[in-house]
Design a protein. Structure first.
Length: 96
């Protein structure tokens, strides 16, 4: 069964570095209690703290029986995630 996301996707942009982590966290908290889709189209780079924030949000969503999806991740951001031992699929599937 495919779930339909009834809310607009969360669309962070620019560098998701240590200075962006509080804003990302606040945005994800605003999605609490529903399915979450994070559209990474505008993200140019990602650091460990924001990656950890995404992992925690995905885990929280799963624990509360909600879907968590990450889409449109650039090759550059995928490479940065891979350097930290992570992929969007691992985050979503709960292998993190």
């Amino acid at each position: 069964m495919t779930r339909c996301f009834v809310t607009e996707p969360l669309c962070p942009d620019g560098k998701l570095d240590v200075t962006a982590a509080p804003g990302l966290h606040a945005s994800l908290l605003g999605c609490d209690g529903r399915d979450v889709q994070v559209d990474m189209t505008g993200v140019t780079s990602i650091g460990a703290l924001c990656l950890q924030t995404l992992i925690a949000a995905a885990r929280s969503a799963r624990d509360n029986n909600h879907d968590f999806q990450i889409s449109n991740t650039s090759d550059q951001v995928l490479a940065q995630m891979a350097a930290m031992g992570m992929t969007p699929e691992l985050i979503v599937e709960g292998c993190a």
